[in-house]
Design a protein around this ligand. Structure first.
Ligand SMILES: Nc1ncnc2c1ncn2[C@@H]1O[C@H](COP(=O)(O)OP(=O)(O)OP(=O)(O)O)[C@@H](O)[C@H]1O
Ligand SMILES: [Mg+2]
Length: 474
């Protein structure tokens, strides 16, 4: 193949792959410059291609040009975050990799690949701001206005008295949790979705020695992994251009409790970083160099058996051992059906209050119907069914079977959807991050087997392979 053909092939490949790409030869002539890069830098492909790049980008000083550094000094930069203004003055944030291409010991070219994460960064900032304001609120920093009662702030706080159930195994779990509230050892909760993990975590905090200190919760599955680290540990100016000094959840929760929900969704590398923090009790902000002493109690939760998560490679065994100082298993509702009548009566009276209804009796047949169901959504599902039944009940004081509707295939809304509603992100950017997370988790679950993962995800192997490269999973 002639050089010209190679170039055309490479240019076509770079267009298909979609990452922004810029390659210069040893003389600094631009030989590949694709559409994605043109979009990012807001110039046209024709303006750059075939021209000396130092002329086209004469506004960038040599010592700041990563391509120039790669060519002349063989300097390699991987995954560096940069924020800059494009020619329209819009702030753009990218993750860049620049490498010299060396053949027979000589630099023959330099290549720069950039991924636009402007949208992701905007969302990260929004979430951090929200989290700042929520924690300021719940810590009571805002003084009530004169003569008015303080505004209720933050989500509902649960206590042990809110936990209903008499099943022996369930009561053992409550007892164990109550005892744990007297110390600061890490707690690891496993229970299926809707079994009350949040209820337990909050009760341990608010019923314990740290109750007047902050309780902060983070669902690790709800955030794109690129954001989680900054949210947990904070960010520091200078870490990358445009970064702001901001405390992460560890600093905000200092003295109190941090509830890490769905911890198995945390990226594997971040799990080992978390382990180190737990051992050393110091954190370092992303991009920062100062060690900050933190005193935070960790309550972690998962909704699948931890042994399974460890085997699948979703949960690090060493982290699990470190967190499982106090292990609490909350039995599913299927395993404690004897609690259904008690819970039903509790939810009926709650719903009566809410809707102003007056249901006094649940008929035997209605209770039978409730007892018959298996509740994959556990107590949350029972609560929803009973609350709907009360609000729709046809007859005055008695709940009958035909008031009860048990939907098929009950599922809880994905945490992604709830999180997205909070941000100001574009949908496509957000979906890409979800896609990346899903692919990474499924790959891990299949031990890195691409063919099997592609089958599981219902996509072509080549397609998956492309996405793995595109997202830098590996
Ligand atoms: N034992 C219980 N007594 C009273 N209410 C309960 C109990 N268990 C769960 N609930 C209620 O069920 C709902 C779900 O509970 P919670 O959010 O704590 O579950 P979860 O285990 O965190 O679920 P997920 O894994 O889906 O996040 C809440 O409204 C909670 O009040
Ligand atoms: Mg929960």
């Amino acid at each position: 193949m002639r050089g010209k053909d190679y170039r055309a092939t490479l240019q076509a490949a770079s267009e298909v792959l979609g990452e922004a790409m810029h390659i210069v030869d040893a003389k600094g002539m631009t030989i590949i410059y694709n559409e994605a890069m043109a979009q990012l830098e807001k110039i046209s492909v024709g303006d750059a291609l075939g021209k000396p790049f130092r002329e086209v980008f004469s506004n960038i000083p040599e010592e700041e040009s990563t391509l120039y550094q790669a060519l002349t000094r063989r300097r390699e930069i991987r995954n560096k975050q940069q924020t800059y203004r494009n020619i329209y003055g819009k702030e753009v944030t990218t993750i860049n990799t620049t490498i010299p291409i060396i053949v027979d010991g000589k630099v023959v070219a330099a290549m720069e690949i950039a991924r636009d994460i402007t949208d992701i960064k905007a969302m990260s900032d929004t979430i951090l701001k929200l989290q700042d304001s929520i924690s300021a609120d719940t810590r009571g920093k805002r003084l009530p206005e004169k003569g008015r009662p303080p505004k209720p702030s933050g989500p509902k706080k649960y206590h042990f008295t809110d936990i209903i159930g008499e099943d022996p195994a369930f009561v053992r779990a409550i007892d164990w949790a109550k005892r744990s509230s007297g110390n600061r050892a890490s707690v690891f909760i496993y229970g299926e979705t809707g079994t009350g993990k949040e209820l337990f975590a909050q009760s341990i905090h608010y019923g314990g020695i740290r109750h007047d200190k902050p309780f902060l919760a983070q669902n690790c599955a709800a955030l794109p992994e690129s954001l989680l680290e900054g949210i947990l540990f904070g960010t520091e100016k200078g870490g990358f251009t445009g970064a702001i000094d901001r405390a992460g959840l560890f600093e905000q929760a200092n003295g109190g409790t941090l509830f890490l929900d769905e911890i198995s969704a945390m990226p594997y590398e971040l799990q080992s970083k978390l382990l180190r923090v737990l051992q050393e009790k110091y954190i370092r902000r992303v991009g920062g160099s100062k060690d900050i002493l933190v005193d935070v109690r960790i309550i972690a939760a998962v909704n699948e058996p931890p042994e399974k998560l460890i085997t699948e490679g979703a949960l690090r065994q060493d982290l699990y051992y470190r967190l499982n100082v106090i292990g609490i298993y909350i039995p599913s509702l299927r395993e404690r059906k004897s609690d259904i009548p008690l819970l039903t009566r509790y939810f009926v009276s709650k719903a009566n209050e809410e809707y102003g209804t007056n249901i006094r009796v649940v008929s035997d047949k209605a209770m039978e119907k409730l007892m018959d169901h298996d509740y994959p959504g556990n107590v949350r599902e029972l609560e929803n069914i009973v609350t709907t039944a009360v609000s729709m009940a046809a007859r005055g004081e008695t709940l009958e079977p035909d008031d009860i509707y048990i939907p098929e295939g009950y599922r809880k809304a994905s945490p992604f959807i709830a999180e997205f509603a909070r941000g100001e992100e574009t949908l496509s950017g957000y979906l890409q991050d979800i896609e990346k997370t899903v692919i990474r988790q499924n790959l891990a679950a299949n031990g890195g087997n691409v063919s099997k993962t592609a089958r599981d995800l219902g996509m072509l192997r080549q397609n998956l392979q492309h996405k793995i490269r595109k997202y830098g999973i590996g």
